[in-house]
Design a protein. Structure first.
Length: 394
């Protein structure tokens, strides 16, 4: 496929997971009342989504290696559609949890195949450029999703949010069916348990891959983790309406979008390593500002979201190069490598969300968990550089 077609399809697939998650967040406080439930139980609907998304990547990635990118994508998007339907019809919060779990399982194929089709066809600077373009386009969907979710909630109620997700799932399936060309040679032997375990073992024992994946796991995981906290902080603590919250989340995704555009303009001058270091500096600044603001500033929209903007801007700078670096050595199992990397990212968000639920107070959790997660990429990158230098010397 052409670079443009790969970028557009990759962006569409990559947004499936974030949109399935973020369009739903404005409705979380209302769902507490709708299901006569508790905040902790409604937060758990995000946690089970994270869990299903992260674990299922370990299956969807190898399935795309074994049966082809297109076949695996259509099968898992169908599972995502089933999850959305269950959520619409849910008679109790337990059924809502089940629907969210199935949604996450189905959405897992999106980011996995998006990265794999890039690695199948492109390498080096070209691959990083496509990943950056996917990042720019990726920012648009999640940026608009909470706004659309908030408006749909205000106009038609929470059921309409899942109807929108069904529409997006059908759009994704149609685009894959019509425009995607197969980019790998399917090898069904890769689906055998022994081959599958061997592939993952080769990834887990590669120190550079793990270090690069942890850079992304800590940074992208922080975005997912704070999604479990921000609705309750901004709606219940700061006092925004669900619709205002949806619009207000544009600062997070808008900063990611702006960072991706800035990277595209400066990538040639900075180089891969320079862009990662600039991103880590912004990420660390955002984490520090979050820790300080929670301790010394009365919570307001700007005191919460300005540090988040720093965080998002930095993540946009480091993601393309670190993704390319992590996948570079594994062209033969690109789907499995992409899946493991995605699993580590989502596991970070899942564990951060669980820690926030355990702490009980979203605002306090925000000030501790997110800065801690922002530190992980810095330490992991130092390890990545150390291992890279050893490999060059060796």
């Amino acid at each position: 496929m052409s670079e443009r077609r790969t970028s557009i399809l990759g962006a569409l697939l990559a947004t499936l997971g974030p949109i399935s998650m973020s369009i739903y967040t404005p409705a979380m406080p209302e769902l507490v009342e709708a299901f006569s439930s508790t905040e902790s139980m409604i937060k758990l609907t995000l946690s089970v989504y994270f869990g299903g998304f992260s674990v299922a990547q370990l299956v969807s990635g190898p399935m795309s290696d074994a049966f082809g990118r297109k076949t695996a994508t259509l099968a898992f998007v169908g599972i995502n559609l089933l999850g959305s339907l269950i959520c619409i019809l849910a008679p109790s919060v337990e059924w809502l949890l089940a629907g969210r779990l199935i949604q996450g399982i189905g959405a897992s194929v999106g980011i996995t195949v998006a990265r794999a089709i890039v690695r199948d066809q492109f390498t080096g600077t070209e691959a990083s450029r496509i990943m950056n373009l996917i990042g720019i386009m990726l920012a648009i969907g999640p940026a608009m999703a909470p706004t659309i979710g908030g408006l749909a909630l205000a106009a038609f109620g929470w059921h309409s949010i899942f109807l929108v997700l069904i529409g997006f799932g059908l759009l994704t399936a149609s685009a894959v069916l019509i425009f995607m060309r197969e980019t790998t040679v399917a090898d069904r032997a890769l689906a055998r348990p022994r081959r599958l375990l061997a592939a993952y073992w080769s990834l887990l024992k590669d120190g550079r891959f793990i270090a690069a994946a942890l850079v992304l796991g800590g940074s992208v995981g922080a975005l997912y983790a704070q999604a479990t906290m921000l609705p309750f902080i901004l709606i219940e603590r700061v006092g925004l309406t669900p619709t205002a919250f949806g619009i207000g989340m544009l600062m997070q995704s808008g900063s990611y979008f702006f960072g991706s555009v800035c990277l595209r303009l400066t990538a040639e001058k900075l180089g891969g390593e320079g862009s990662v270091r600039a991103g880590l500096a912004m990420l660390a600044t955002g984490g520090l500002l979050i820790a300080l603001s929670v301790q010394i500033v009365t919570p307001s929209y700007l005191s919460v979201m300005l540090p988040v903007a720093f965080l998002s801007f930095g993540i946009a700078f480091l993601t393309p190069h670190m993704t390319t670096a992590a996948l570079q050595s594994f062209p033969h199992i690109a789907g499995s490598a992409s899946a493991m990397m995605g699993f580590i990212q989502m596991a970070g968000g899942f564990l951060g969300g669980l820690a926030a639920a355990w702490m009980g107070t979203p605002f306090a959790a925000f000030g501790i968990i997110i800065p801690t997660m922002a530190l992980i990429p810095v330490l992991s990158y130092l390890r990545f550089v150390q291992l890279t230098r050893r490999a060059v010397v060796g």
